[in-house]
Design a protein around this ligand. Structure first.
Ligand SMILES: Nc1ncnc2c1ncn2[C@@H]1O[C@H](COP(=O)(O)OP(=O)(O)O)[C@@H](O)[C@H]1O
Ligand SMILES: [Mg+2]
Length: 422
């Protein structure tokens, strides 16, 4: 079998989605042209083109398979990627030989085919085909294949972006994002960075007891200077594995950003940091929406009341529609059990959202209050507090990792490796 073995996972009921452990890095700005033979494949490629991970790629789809491709490139230059569907009726290998004579150097070819046969694979490899995907294909198979062409198997450190947002202000989303990031760094031993996107009022600096002279504002206000070295200088180190890209938390400027203002910062962080936790303020603007939709995983923090329920539902609906090939967002309840406050029960909340909360974190003003005022994490104040286990659970669900588990070898070894192993 050349198709990628799907990992079964108890929280992964939908087989058309990638498993939680799998991370598909977004493709760069490349041109892709697909030549399909069946409408099913054309439809899958079409929706792959709408996936967030191919947001920068330019995709063109036409019918006609190999003959159409050969015809098209007789005169026109070839794109970065050619996807060719072969339903087995045409001579695939002969066609590839022909295509090779008109292909520009550097163009990569992906074949979608129905034949599962090792001799055929060998011939494809010999002809330099980059990937062979067994039909029928779903959108995520196409996304995976194309993105994988541009992320080397060694590039395991390609970062996963986790966005955390509150369903309302003050529900504890920053507190939870900071404690979860801390758990990711300490218990999962993943290098992580917290980016505080609440530029005016962010508390990450206070919570980690850091007062860096510069931070995210320096990057977002000078996008032309943003590169790995520049961002590195803006990070302040909180623990061995945890860094902070702090908010200025000053009001001398206003922070009216365009929707892609943070793109360069995120792309740069992604290229060096395995895990990027975005602490997103509770607001709805072009850039917050874009940060949420573009994230690899999302955690919504909600308090158990009606407004939170409505807002969580709205966020779920919007994000699920905008990210059809991703697992739905996760959410947790927080500040549960405030004395005398009427609450919506977790079960009722779950029914309305059609998804269970990852955890329900109790309202504990004493310990959360001390942590906030002392600039410490909950685990630093009380090593056995019950919320610590919950932060770890969230961390595991978001990263797909269990405690200090060794990183799995990439599912995306080159085609030849996949053949050898089978
Ligand atoms: N489970 C909890 N119990 C008690 N206080 C909490 C809890 N979670 C958060 N808080 C407190 O609630 C306040 C708002 O938290 P914050 O993380 O800034 O919210 P948000 O980022 O959603 O606006 C903070 O003072 C924080 O210490
Ligand atoms: Mg906040």
């Amino acid at each position: 079998m050349i198709s990628y073995a799907r990992q079964t996972h108890e929280e992964q009921p939908d087989a058309s989605l990638p498993p939680v452990e799998e991370h598909i890095a977004p493709a760069p700005r490349v041109s892709v042209q697909a030549f399909c033979e069946t409408v099913e494949t054309a439809a899958a490629v079409q929706s792959a083109g709408e996936d967030r991970r191919l947001g920068k790629a330019h995709l063109k789809i036409q019918m006609g398979g190999m003959p159409a491709a050969i015809e098209a490139y007789r005169s026109a230059p070839t794109p970065n990627v050619i996807v060719i569907e072969s339903d087995g009726r045409n001579d695939l290998l002969g066609g590839l030989d022909h295509l090779a004579t008109v292909c520009d150097a550097g163009t990569r070819v992906v074949v979608i085919g129905r034949i599962n046969d090792v001799t055929l694979y060998r011939e494809l490899v010999r002809r330099g085909v980059s990937d062979y995907v067994l039909a029928p294909v779903g959108p995520i198979d196409v996304v995976r294949s194309i993105c994988n062409l541009f992320s080397a198997p060694e590039a395991k450190a390609v970062g996963r972006i986790i966005a955390v947002v509150g369903a309302k202000g003050g529900v504890g989303s920053s507190t939870i994002s900071h404690n979860v990031a801390w758990a990711i760094a300490r218990d999962l031993a993943m290098d992580a960075v917290v980016a505080d996107l609440d530029l005016a009022f962010g508390t990450a600096g206070l919570d980690y007891n850091q007062d860096p002279p510069q931070g995210i504002a320096d990057a977002v206000f000078s996008p032309d200077r943003v590169d790995t070295a520049f961002i590195d200088r803006l990070l302040s180190k909180c623990t061995d594995h945890l860094s902070l890209l702090a908010a200025p938390a000053t009001l001398d400027r206003v922070y009216d950003f365009g929707s892609d203002a943070f793109d360069a910062v995120f792309d740069t962080l992604r290229s060096t940091m395995p895990c990027i936790v975005l602490d997103i303020p509770h607001q709805w603007s072009g850039w917050t929406k874009r940060a949420l939709i573009g994230a690899d995983d999302i955690l919504i923090v909600a308090a158990p009341d009606l407004a939170n329920l409505r807002n969580t539902k709205n966020l779920f609906d919007l994000l699920k529609a905008a990210r059809p090939n991703d697992r739905p967002p996760l959410y947790c309840l927080n500040q549960v059990g405030i004395p005398k406050r009427p609450e919506i029960a977790a079960a009722e909340f779950a029914k309305a959202i059609e998804s269970q909360p990852v955890v329900s974190i109790p309202f504990e003003p004493q310990i959360f209050g001390s942590a906030a005022n002392n600039g410490q994490m909950i685990a630093e104040i009380s090593a056995n507090h019950k919320s610590i286990e919950m932060f770890l659970q969230i961390a595991q669900r978001l990263t797909g990792r269990s405690e200090t588990k060794k990183q799995k070898s990439s599912l995306f070894s080159p085609l030849i490796d996949k053949l050898r192993g089978k």
